[in-house]
Design a protein around this ligand. Structure first.
Ligand code: NAD
Length: 345
């Protein structure tokens, strides 16, 4: 599908291109939907090979944010910003120019950190616009909330598989001991899980996790590890035509974005009898935390109540999938689309 067809098919409301020669800014902001509220989604900085590649990314990611925000029950739409640049060229001028771009949309789009953008970059962005969330000293780092939601989602999966959400003795293979994965590993061990872990970098985290009782496997072996739940917490597209046939788990539940290479992979999991907690539902804790800044005064207690609700959403989707035979991702997307169409209840 060409980018124009994509816009036509998925109904983006607004796609704006920005250029500021002096600051070196070339950016696109995609507003997919403001049906539930202002669009929210992070700003990705990447040396895209072409304008078309950047456009494709912003179209796909902004639509994904509409689903994620709706499924999380946030009165927010979906949007995304991309800056076409080398991460080494980041500077204050660039993000101030980006801030002017965000501001020119008059609050229809709120931005935040994403791949290759940091709290510092957003602080520069804020010199020119107030439409920034995930601010230092307000909601701050989203990772701990993503981890809480991830563990809740895993508990819901255990309840679905075994009739109890106790994780005592549940064998979990977790991939990726980064910001979120490491935090989840600690919580899962505290809850008595039998934890197996792999990671590319972060050896220090690995040694610490092992000292708490986790067992290490080489990353190549994590997919074929016999376990109850596989928790992908590293990169996207790890569930693909090569890895799915090797899986020896009963369920997949992790917080990495875009875990399935494509929709057909969701069908493959279903055919193998493996339950799947849709990624954009189970990893919504971070956006629930940051998103609150866009529509009300930040309140940590309210955030936690909403993050813990990920448990119910995951559980209900698994039950519906068992009843209808549809892949969980299909049900999750329909759930989000209905909310966008009919509003939050
Ligand atoms: P991170 O960069 O801190 O950690 C990623 C970890 O994965 C690193 O430790 C890296 O060594 C490891 N890794 C990469 N490839 C691997 C592989 N093939 N096998 C084993 N380990 C591998 O990132 P993060 O913030 O923890 O996020 C992890 C994932 O969760 C990403 O997909 C991210 O998009 C998604 N996510 C994060 C948040 C958040 O709040 N940080 C929110 C929603 C989704």
């Amino acid at each position: 599908m060409s980018n124009l067809e994509f816009i036509k098919t998925y109904g983006h409301e607004e796609v704006a291109f920005f250029q500021n020669e002096k600051a070196g800014l070339r950016a696109i902001i995609g507003v997919h939907s403001t049906k539930l509220g202002p669009a929210l989604g992070g700003c990705r900085l990447y040396p895209y090979a072409s304008l078309d590649d950047a456009l494709f990314d912003v179209l796909r990611l902004s639509r994904g944010m509409s689903f994620k925000n709706a499924a999380a029950g946030l009165p927010l739409g979906g949007g995304k910003g991309v800056i076409i640049a080398d991460p080494k060229a980041k500077c204050q001028d660039l993000f101030e120019a980006y801030g002017e771009a965000v501001d020119s949309l008059g609050g229809r789009y709120y931005t935040a950190e994403d791949v290759n953008t940091t709290v510092q970059d957003m602080t520069w962005t804020m010199n020119k616009t107030k439409y920034v969330v995930g601010q230092d000293g307000v909601s701050g780092d989203p990772s701990p909330y993503t981890a809480i939601g991830g563990v809740d989602g895993i508990k819901a999966v255990a309840k679905f598989l075994f009739g109890s959400d106790s994780l005592k003795g549940v064998k979990i293979a977790l991939q990726g001991l980064g910001h979120v994965g490491f935090d989840m590993a600690k919580q899962l061990l505290d809850l008595g899980a039998d934890l197996i872990v792999s990671t590319y970098s972060n050896r220090k985290n690995m040694e610490e996790a092992k000292s708490w009782g986790a067992k290490e496997v080489p990353d190549a072996d994590i997919y074929s590890t016999e376990c109850d739940i596989l928790a992908p917490c590293a990169l996207g597209a790890t569930l693909n035509y090569k890895t799915i046939p090797t899986l020896k788990c009963k369920a997949v539940a992790g917080i990495a974005n875009n875990q399935l290479l494509d929709d057909e992979c969701g069908v493959m999991l279903k055919k193998k009898g493996i339950a799947y907690a849709p990624d954009f539902i189970i990893n919504g804790g971070g956006v629930i935390n940051a998103g609150q800044e866009a529509f009300t005064t930040y309140d940590k207690e309210k955030v936690l109540v909403q993050v813990h609700n990920i448990y119910n959403t995951v559980y209900n989707i698994l039950e519906e999938s068992k009843k209808t035979g549809e892949p969980e991702g299909v049900i999750a997307q329909r759930f989000a689309e209905e909310r966008i169409k009919n509003g939050l209840k």
